[in-house]
Design a protein around this ligand. Structure first.
Ligand code: NAG
Ligand code: NAG
Length: 417
């Protein structure tokens, strides 16, 4: 008995001396290397140096294992586990990562971004329960986002952007309670945007350049600072619940099918700085009861909608607003003097307009006096393609597009002389 125990101890010591990496972790690394298209593994590259005649974790940064992963001792067994894989931007290609068994229970970071990996996302990712960062941006992954990704409850960053993912965004993402960054832009994701109100640490959400339908979600995590769902197929308007997002600074819902009025609550929002609703179908604009005095908005882009009526004079009263684009709408009437003052001679404590783009509307009448004294380069002002007959090209802001013909102007606004 004693001899057996002794033999066993000697054997395990020998094993330890020979291998420092947990054997299953080594298997995954081997599989990963084998799965790559050999043509994409450049000589002298990190993966080409992987030589499994040696122990990976024990030979890190030797000439046999120059890079690509990190190992850590996770307990006092003396065995190292792979905790990080970083094969980003190396140009690797190889299909069917999907059938690879990602069984690395101690992995915290997996970064395969900027390669040419294709196939569907492996279900076995769901075994990586300690994963904090999953970065698969800029590959050719296709198929749908597996619902099982919702079991990665330690995930803080999920980057699936710039792939060919299809289908709907799985509601199970709402289980990723540690998530603070979600980037799924530039895929072909469709269906309605799911409820993600459990993600109480999420501050950055980009779902732009997809094919998402339905309404703008009613509930968002209150921690969000930046939301982009630009270039999708959203309909309806911007829900009032947005005003409860007390940290929100950037909202980009441009290039959708949103319509009706641009709601007043956006202009009295307590934290919003940048509002981009261009290329939608808004036809009117509500005036906030506070006249925008408390607004934190710095940049507003409502260009390329269907907005009608006079230019909203309250915009000139928003103290921090310095970039306003209302181009390519159907605004009419005269340019408010308040706008001209805010560009040319702003009052104290008020940010001047450094960008004021009003081209492509039906504005008419004389140019407000303060504009006429402005020097080229002092601000980016555009008034082209309106009905401003006395807008000679000597003024830099009258360049960039002829005024509309008088017949076009009169057919839209009969009062124009
Ligand atoms: C997860 O790991 C176990 C082994 O621990 C394996 O049997 C199973 O197939 C893995 N799951 C997936 C989806 O690959
Ligand atoms: C909208 O998204 C599609 C698909 O990703 C892309 O091809 C197109 O260029 C995008 N359009 C804009 C205006 O960003």
């Amino acid at each position: 008995m004693g001899v057996l125990v002794l033999l066993f101890t000697v054997a395990s010591l020998l094993l330890l001396a020979e291998s420092k990496t947990f054997w299953e972790d080594t298997q995954v690394l081997k599989q990963l290397k084998n799965r790559l298209d050999p043509n994409s593994v450049a000589q002298g590259s990190c993966i080409s140096s992987w030589d499994f005649k040696l122990d990976p974790c024990d030979s890190l940064f030797s000439d046999r294992f120059t890079c690509g992963f990190r190992c850590d001792l996770v307990d006092d067994s003396g065995v190292s586990r792979v905790t990080e894989i970083g094969l980003d931007q190396a140009g690797y290609s190889g299909s069917s990562l999907s059938s690879l068994t990602w069984n690395l229970p101690y992995l915290e970071t997996l970064d395969l971004s900027g390669n040419f990996f294709s196939g569907s996302l492996p279900e076995s990712f769901s075994n990586l329960t300690r994963l904090r960062r999953l970065i698969l941006s800029g590959n050719s992954f296709s198929g749908s986002i597996p619902a099982s990704i919702g079991s990665l409850t330690n995930l803080e960053e999920l980057f699936l952007d710039n792939n060919y993912l299809r289908g709907s965004i799985p509601p199970s993402l709402n289980n990723l309670v540690s998530l603070n960054r979600l980037e799924i832009q530039a895929n072909s994701l469709s269906g309605e945007f799911p409820k993600l109100d459990s993600l109480t640490s999420l501050y950055y959400l980009d779902a732009g350049n997809n094919a998402i339908t339905g309404q703008v979600p009613f509930t968002f995590p209150p921690s969000l600072i930046q939301i982009s769902i630009r270039n999708n197929s959203l309909v309806g308007t911007v829900p009032e619940t947005i005003k409860q997002l007390g940290s929100l600074q950037v909202l980009d819902l441009s290039h959708n099918q949103l319509g009706d009025s641009v709601p007043a609550h956006l202009f009295s929002h307590p934290s919003l700085q940048q509002l981009t609703l261009s290329f939608n179908k808004f036809s009117s604009l509500q005036t906030p009861s506070s006249a925008g005095f408390q607004s934190q908005l710095i940049a507003v882009d409502l260009s390329n909608n269907n907005l009608q009526g006079f230019l909203p004079s309250f915009m000139a009263l928003m103290p921090k607003l310095s970039a306003l684009s209302l181009e390519n709408n159907k605004f009419t009437g005269m340019i408010p003097t308040q706008y001209a003052f805010k560009v040319a001679v702003p009052g104290t404590g008020v940010s001047p307009f450094v960008r004021l783009l009003l081209g492509g509307n039906y504005l008419y009448g004389p140019l407000p006096g303060p504009l006429l004294s402005m020097k080229p380069g002092s601000a980016n002002v555009g008034l082209g393609n309106n009905c401003l007959y006395r807008c000679p090209r000597v003024f830099f802001f009258c360049q960039g597009g002829d005024q509309k013909s008088s017949s076009e102007c009169r057919s839209f606004v009969p009062v124009i002389p």
